[in-house]
Design a protein around this ligand. Structure first.
Ligand code: SF4
Length: 344
């Protein structure tokens, strides 16, 4: 009887918070932490129902699709414990230098055929400085922008000078991917070759250059629920336009290869909590969804996600774009071919 009353309390609190968010209010950190701590599956489904309403209210029924091209793979100087591309670990992941124009053009064509309008160039390296490599990167961005078929995005690591960010903007870059990855507190548990502050500084330069920010993180690395909550609030504070949520896919050879997977309901609950904290933002489900959520992948939208990374990820395979498009159709959702920045 007491347990039922407690559950009823959770239920009415979730509905009340949902109504407040729909009316334009914001959720506080203690309120959010209480949502992250929900354990009972019925409560989690109530939470997801609220997140679904909030998504529908602020984002409609359109799901933004995004695709990435690995523009420089492997041999990265950084030691991110989840990453197959770090030179610190033996993972058997491919290694190649910055790509020629051809493969980028092919990827843009393929994305266009699939109806995806944004293609992100992703490079596995510490970051980008002024010099010949920046010139080459700008050329690739300009080619994509001039091709007119896909909008160029990029994720090129740490940027230390305003001039670099300005050059990227001048080349036609609209959005830059740079995850905070985790909470400030947990960050040194998965990376010690660069700092959380360097990541914040990079985002500062990009925003000043007028570039939109795609920034999220990875869950399932051994962080606490409080860490996930703090990550979401940090992303709110930096004004991330798109928030990718990756779920750890433990790669053999990395320090995280034996980290136990998060249960699917914990993942869905986390997505729902992010929607409560970031009601108007584009919340995108990125790497790790197929392996971690299996048959429950389609529920990411009823948990509040409004965007999906499609095609193959940097080092792991994803389900086909056709299957993803069918999944959206079956859910009564429409694919959307741009970032929907105007919806924020
Ligand atoms: S996550 Fe990025 S910076 Fe870290 S090791 Fe991988 S490629 Fe390098």
């Amino acid at each position: 009887m007491i347990a039922e009353l407690v559950d009823a309390g959770h239920r009415s609190r979730i509905f009340e918070l949902t109504a407040r968010l729909l009316a334009g209010e914001e959720i506080s950190r203690p309120q959010a932490l209480a949502l992250f701590d929900l354990e009972n599956s019925a409560d989690i489904f109530d939470l997801m129902a609220g997140a679904n309403r909030i998504r529908e209210h602020f984002k409609g029924n359109q799901i933004h699709l995004c695709s990435i091209v690995n523009a420089k793979a492997g041999a990265c100087s950084e030691n991110c414990s989840f990453c197959a591309q770090s030179s610190f670990y033996q993972t058997g992941s491919p290694k190649y230098g910055f790509v020629d124009p051809e493969p980028v053009r092919d990827a843009a064509e393929e994305a266009h055929r699939n109806g995806v309008t944004a293609v992100g160039l992703v490079a596995a390296w510490r970051g980008l400085n002024e010099g010949p490599m920046l010139d080459e990167v700008c050329d690739r961005i300009r080619e994509l922008a001039d091709g007119g078929k896909t909008r160029p995005d990029a994720s090129l690591g740490i940027i230390k000078s305003q001039r670099v960010a300005d050059r990227l903007k001048e080349a036609g870059l609209e959005c830059y991917g740079h995850n905070l990855e985790s909470s400030k507190r947990f960050f040194p548990s998965h990376c010690t070759t660069h700092t959380y502050e360097e990541r914040l500084q990079t985002i500062h330069h990009l925003k000043k250059a007028g570039i939109k920010i795609c920034s999220g993180g990875i869950i399932g690395m051994g962080e606490t629920r409080e860490d996930r909550c703090d990550l979401a609030f940090a992303l709110k504070e930096i004004g991330a336009n798109v928030v990718p949520i990756n779920i750890l896919n433990p790669i053999k050879g990395t320090p995280f290869e034996n980290v136990p997977p998060l249960p699917p309901l914990e993942i869905l609950k986390t997505i729902a909590c992010f929607r409560f904290i970031l009601p108007r933002r584009e919340i995108m489900i990125a790497g790790g969804r197929t392996v971690n959520l299996r048959d429950m992948q389609s529920m990411v939208f009823t948990a509040g996600a409004s965007a999906l990374m499609v095609g193959n990820y940097l080092t792991t395979l994803n389900q086909s774009v056709e299957k993803d498009l069918q999944m959206l159709k079956d859910l009564g959702l429409d694919p959307r071919w741009d970032h929907g920045f105007d919806r924020q």
